[in-house]
Design a protein around this ligand. Structure first.
Ligand SMILES: *Cc1c(COP(=O)(O)O)cnc(C)c1O
Length: 405
């Protein structure tokens, strides 16, 4: 077929920014995906913690098509009903008094950091502009957010970078205390480092950061782009920790696969994002609003969130059994349906290879760095789908070992 798109078209027509799998997914339902050849995959990747209701969820299809019939876009000279409803849903279900919408996680963090700088300048003066961030953190790929991220390999080639950002060790409160002072305008932290290896914060660490921010008049920013919207079995991870931020960034799962991002904040900080200070053309458009609203309605129910915790236990129980057989993993980490399996030293660096072999066995999954296999499936994945996926993983791990790796 002359019109057929093939994997080699990627190499021919697209910048070499990614290394996508050799197969091309063409359709999906729930947590099962089909490729061009009709082969099926269990989806433990969830589009990188995005497809929170799986593929082709009837309620999201309805929200999308109904809104597509009504109104697509107006620009921010006009507001619209779906986004107002979503803002209200978010305010009513969280610490927030106000919401700003954008289109992605990086944009949400960009807005969060800009708000913190602006608030500090408005209330204390321009000397208060220092940002504290953490090693191995991931906050997105804009120049500001990639600089706030704690992996120099992602930022160094784009220098000169925005200044005033100090990185210290994650989960090391003493190190944070040493750099937080009255010139600090913000501390930005992931409650669970996602890309950095699925590393949950210690509760005492977040409590300590909260206290230091209060003492020094700095904004505590949680990057909940990966942990938000039910991922941990709570609507947001701060609820799991019971330590509340001043600004929270959200994206990924909020659109269930449709691009949307946003920041949640309080009446104290919100006025600094005054008219003309910040903006985006697409942010808060009716399509994103309608779908985000449907996602939130579905996810923010006690029985839905309980199922996330149940599936977590199922993953850990079965992975523990698999590991008794193969002795491949050092630890299992994570909360809810964000799970990281760290490889033993003998298998260091092999996460990508294992993920490739899993795909051959009909399983899509993620890695987090070179040594961690990561699962971030749809939150409504069924017990049966988890079982089937882990059967396939078990077969893949057997194949990996018998290759003599
Ligand atoms: C994915 C991610 C981002 C970036 O989101 P984009 O939508 O890719 O810009 C930022 N922070 C965290 C914690 C993420 O996981």
């Amino acid at each position: 077929m002359a019109n057929q798109a093939t994997r080699s078209d990627f190499d021919q027509y697209m910048t070499p920014t990614y290394a996508p799998a050799p197969f091309i997914p063409v359709s999906g339902k729930g947590s099962v995906v089909m490729d061009q050849n009709g082969k099926d995959y269990i989806d433990f990747a969830g589009g990188i913690a995005v497809n929170v209701l799986g593929h082709a969820h009837p309620k999201l299809k309805r929200a999308l098509t109904e809104q597509a019939e009504a109104l697509w876009h107006t620009g921010n000279g006009y507001t619209n009903e779906p986004i107002l409803k979503l803002a209200r849903q978010l305010v009513e279900s969280t610490f927030a008094d106000k919401v700003f919408f954008c289109n992605s996680g990086a944009e949400a963090n960009e807005a969060a950091l800009k708000l913190a700088r602006k608030y500090a300048r408005d209330h204390f003066g321009e000397h208060k502009n220092q940002i504290v961030a953490f090693n191995n953190a991931f906050h997105g790929r804009t120049l500001f957010t990639v600089s706030a991220g704690g992996q120099p390999k992602y930022s160094q080639d784009f220098a000169p970078l925005p200044g005033g950002i100090n990185h210290v060790e994650y989960n090391d409160l003493a190190a944070a205390k040493a750099v937080i002072n009255n010139n600090t305008c913000a501390v930005i932290v992931e409650p669970i480092q996602g890309e950095g290896g699925v590393i949950p914060a210690d509760t005492s660490f977040l409590q300590g950061l909260r206290k230091l921010c209060d003492e020094h008049g700095a904004a505590l920013i949680y990057d909940e782009v990966q942990t938000g919207v039910g991922r941990t079995g709570e609507l947001y991870a701060y609820m799991h920790y019971n330590v509340t931020p001043d600004i929270l960034s959200t994206a990924k799962a909020l659109g269930g696969g449709f691009p949307i991002g946003g920041i949640l904040t309080t009446d104290k900080f919100a006025p600094s994002l005054a008219i003309g200070t910040h903006g985006t053309t697409y942010g808060g458009n009716p399509m994103a609003g309608a779908i985000g609203g449907a996602v939130l309605e579905e996810v923010n129910k006690p029985q839905f969130l309980q199922a996330v915790k149940d599936r977590h236990d199922q993953f850990i129980d079965r992975m523990t059994q698999i590991n008794q057989k193969f002795d491949l993993f050092k630890t299992f980490r994570g909360v809810g349906l964000l799970i990281g399996c760290e490889l033993n030293d003998a298998h260091k660096g092999q996460a990508k290879l294992i993920s490739n072999i899993a795909a051959e066995h009909g399983l899509m999954m993620l890695i987090a760095g070179l040594d961690v296999v990561r699962f971030a499936p749809a939150l409504n994945i069924t017990a049966q789908e988890v079982d089937t996926g882990l059967d396939r993983l078990e077969a893949a791990l057997g194949a990996y070992l018998s290759q003599g790796s």
